[in-house]
Design a protein around this ligand. Structure first.
Ligand code: FE2
Length: 153
């Protein structure tokens, strides 16, 4: 059973970004399951998938910010860089032989939910004020949605 079902209250109102956030929550669910099972290899796989997926997802959000000349771009992007830095540190720590599975799950829960509920919702409000953007919802074939998150690419 999933640890967290995507709560609609966290939807920012941009279809593609919301879909990508759902994917991040599915990674969080994998991290939680790995924590419960004490599965270090799975926790490391989740971290690696998170690193790959957020790189693409953050690029999408940042492209939207550029497109609407978003006033809070700098602080929002600095949060993205911090997450990326923290994920890389956890991956580096894992290379020494152990992955703290509980820490991975707690880190993802704390970071993702706080970021989506804060800066991302603010971005959603700004996007709604501006209207349609060029970063339109795409078909599953053009973006690594469910299934391919775990496989990289
Ligand atoms: Fe963001």
């Amino acid at each position: 059973m999933a640890f967290l079902i995507w709560p609609p209250v966290l939807e920012i109102g941009h279809e593609q970004i919301d879909r990508e956030h759902c994917e991040l929550v599915s990674l969080l669910n994998r991290a939680h399951a790995a924590s419960v099972a004490g599965d270090q290899a799975e926790a490391l796989d989740v971290l690696l998938a998170l690193e790959r997926y957020t790189e693409i997802h953050f690029a999408h959000e940042e492209a939207l910010m550029d497109e609407i000349a978003y006033e809070f771009t700098a602080i929002h992007c600095s949060e993205h860089r911090q997450l990326f830095f923290d994920v890389k540190n956890m991956i580096d720590d894992s290379s020494f032989g152990t992955t703290d599975v509980a820490a991975v799950s707690q880190f993802m829960q704390r970071w993702l939910l706080r970021h989506i509920a804060g800066p991302d919702l603010l971005l959603g409000e700004a996007l709604a004020r501006v209207g349609p953007t060029s970063l339109l919802p795409t078909s599953a074939g053009s973006y690594p949605l469910s299934g391919s998150v775990q496989e990289g690419g």
